[in-house]
Design a protein around this ligand. Sequence first.
Ligand code: ZN
Ligand code: ZN
Length: 304
Amino acid sequence: MKVTFLGTGAGIPAKERNVSSIALHLHNDSLFWLFDCGEATQHQILHTPIKLRKINSIFISHLHGDHIFGLPGLLGSRSFQGAETPLTVYGPVGIQHFIETSLKVSTTYLKYPIHFKELENDGVIYEDNEYIVTTQLLEHGIDSYGFRVDQKEQAGSLLMDKVVAAGIPPGPILKDLKVGRSVTLQDGRVFHGEDFIGPPKKGKSVAVLGDTRFSSRSIALCKGVHTLVHEATFAHKDEQIAHEYFHATTEEAAKVAKLSRVEQLILTHISSRYQKDDMKQLLLEAKEVFPQTYIAEDLKTFQI
Ligand SMILES: [Zn+2]
Ligand SMILES: [Zn+2]
């Protein structure tokens, strides 16, 4: 899994940072999930290898404009580019009304089916054979959700050394062994898949939080996750303003990372009041609490 930051600013677009959006790369870049879709997200996507038709899910943390104003345009362009595969939008109550009204008023017709899942409770909102997505209400001026994506445990790989040592010839028979089946060779020897498969591999995981104050709810959602993407709208010295506006500071984001025992923290949603030269300081104050911290930049990709 990888994440690409399409917009890393707070509130309004700035030259260096567009408003919020993050793309999660799945299945070797053949599928993408979007988290939030601020204005001009589709312009940012033009600078990446992401194709709109490969996005099949969009998760919206909350209904503030800097997280949703890019939706109508992006949805329309996806249709214009010929996408016919369905798309699901997850988000707080009201997201369906916003999208349907924007499309209707602008007479935008989508050639693909669009589904809505409005969030009303915490817990699992999506599950398939490989991934499970959990959501948790955070602490912001309006309902704002965090999303956690866990990849399920992956089957171990075929131990080729053992296969060769046992004298099993290459061919389709190896596929059966890999999925744990028993096979019988032409000479009558029988082998069991379980004897040739390595230990299962732990799945990857990432949590993408919407706008929020420092909150124990964040910690509950992020426990043990590999990568935490947390807002850091304000510097530590502006802690009071952060609290008043229902946002978090660099240091508070780092505290969540530390208390959740994550592997790495990526800070985003940086206020435009901080210039490029301030980034060193913002990063430093987070690293003092949680060393494995990075600051996101527009169009930057991180490995999970
Ligand atoms: Zn915001
Ligand atoms: Zn907000």
